[in-house]
Design a protein around this ligand. Structure first.
Ligand code: NDP
Length: 353
């Protein structure tokens, strides 16, 4: 679930910059499901990143026949990630879309049904819980909310106007279109450094722009970028405006320490400034914290009995694929035990883990 608005379901690449260009290969399941065969389920899982799909694998193996409302751009943030080097089990790394395709295939193998549509609203006032997505009503005895978080934007008018015309929040999707171009990445966290390094595969030069002189990114990522001759790091650098009419041709910059302004000619701008949790459909029913993340009451329980929470939609501390996956597993086990305690399922499925 991203708000780039241009990530094809399980294709992982947009054609916003060069419609005639060949689409780079990406992993992904072959099926895209608008509507599953069933709309009633013991467990409905909302979200299809590592948390949602791990929950689906566990719930399906416990014979709970889950339905996943996967979103119109399924796969979560890893669909926007290139090399995943820290997911255990892949000593040589794996591409994010390929990893998510494997998660989904594993969930499908055990009977999970998918709806690749966005959730519109829910009613958690009584059971079965009701969820609506693209005109279809789903009913669930238990729900696992694993909707993740989406990329944030700077909020400049010029950024919005030039989105898809040189402005992107997805290096994996769009880096391909900036071969031999000079581009910029904004942000000072791991995402910005990861994307800057990735983009040097294509771009002739990558400027990394950060508003402060200290980075949130881990030391190893910063060092890797510093050693890369194609990356130039600019600290204390804010963006006043993205320049260009039909496409990006530069940036109006401001030194955040001195106030001095200058322009930088570039052809692409990648925004890598963090994420916002996807909680819109749940705000009337579940508690959110000051940063807008869902609040977990105890283990994976929400304040509504039978509704469980997993992954980045509540976790702003770890935010890793592996922690989200672990969380999805916990939520599925909690949901299964709760269904059993409620007498909705028989007490023989726990052996399936
Ligand atoms: P972070 O929240 O860590 O960093 C966001 C960065 O964007 C900060 O440097 C912040 O600046 C800057 N920023 C925020 N808003 C604005 C704005 N309006 N204008 C300009 N700059 C802005 O987000 P990330 O997406 O980088 O990382 C999220 C989490 O994911 C982290 O825990 C990270 O470690 C993890 N991650 C791990 C990876 C890996 O291990 N391979 C890869 C990618 C992410 P400031 O510092 O001034 O607040």
């Amino acid at each position: 679930m991203t708000d780039t608005g241009k990530v094809a379901p399980f294709g992982g690449f947009s054609i916003a910059f060069a419609p005639d260009a060949p689409t780079p290969a990406a992993g992904g399941p072959t099926s895209i499901a608008d509507r599953p065969e069933r709309t009633d389920a013991k467990v409905v899982i909302v979200g299809s990143g590592p948390a949602g799909l791990t929950a689906a694998i566990y719930a399906a193996r416990a014979n709970l026949e889950p339905i996943v409302i996967a979103g119109s751009a399924p796969g979560g943030q890893l669909m926007l990630t290139s090399d995943v080097e820290n997911y255990p089990g892949f000593p040589d790394g794996i591409q994010g879309p390929e990893l998510m395709a494997a998660f989904r295939a594993q969930a499908e193998r055990f009977g999970t049904q998918f709806a690749d549509v966005d959730l519109d609203r829910v009613d958690f006032s009584s059971r079965p819980f009701r969820l609506w997505a693209r005109g279809t009503e789903y009913r669930a005895q238990a729900v696992i909310v694993a909707t993740g978080a989406s990329a944030m934007w700077l909020g400049l008018d010029s950024e919005t106007r030039l989105r898809g015309r040189g402005v992107s929040a997805c290096a994996t999707c769009d880096g391909f279109f900036f071969k031999d171009r000079e581009i910029a990445v904004v942000g000072g966290g791991d995402t910005a450094f990861e994307e800057a390094t990735y983009l040097t595969r294509f771009a002739s030069k990558v400027h990394l722009l950060h508003r402060r002189d200290e980075f949130r990114a881990s030391r190893i990522m910063v060092e890797r970028a510093r050693e890369n001759p194609r990356i130039e790091i600019h600290t204390n650098t804010g963006i006043d405006e993205v320049l260009g009419d039909a496409k990006v041709d530069g940036l109006a910059l401001r030194d955040t320490a001195t106030g001095e302004t200058r322009t930088m000619p570039i052809q692409g701008l990648f925004i890598a400034i963090g994420h916002r949790p996807n909680t819109e459909a749940f705000r009337d029913w579940l508690e959110v914290d000051a940063k807008g993340y869902l609040v977990v009451q105890d283990q994976t329980n929400s304040k509504v009995e039978g509704v469980f929470i997993a992954g980045d939609v509540h976790d702003h501390r770890y935010r890793q694929a592996i922690t989200a996956a672990g969380d999805g597993c916990r939520a599925a086990i909690d949901a299964e035990r709760w269904l059993e305690a409620e007498g909705i399922t028989e007490a023989n499925t726990l052996t399936a883990w």
